[in-house]
Design a protein. Structure first.
Length: 93
């Protein structure tokens, strides 16, 4: 069975979640003064950059239409409508 993953949508959602998580972790040194270490702030920026990268890849992937038509795509539903099975005719005995 071929992989039918939705890479564009998955990257988009994952990127947004990572950006939000980086924002939550940045809240502590920015507003509360906790974890105010340079390496901690650098890690927050690193995770923010990773989230932006994932989001950008997801947007580009979805907008450019790079997703292959898979099981959930409408093309297979249209093919199934065209090839209807032959109706069964009951024979009287």
């Amino acid at each position: 069975m071929p992989c039918e993953c939705q890479w564009g949508l998955s990257s988009l959602i994952l990127g947004i979640v990572v950006i939000l998580a980086a924002g939550v972790f940045t809240f502590f040194p920015a507003f509360l003064g906790l974890f105010d270490y340079p390496w901690y702030i650098a890690l927050c920026w690193l995770w923010f950059g990773i989230g932006v990268t994932f989001t950008t890849i997801g947007v580009v992937y979805e907008c450019m239409g790079c997703q292959k038509a898979g099981r959930w795509h409408n093309a297979k539903a249209k093919e199934a409508e065209e090839d209807a099975p032959t109706p069964y005719i009951m024979i009287n005995a």
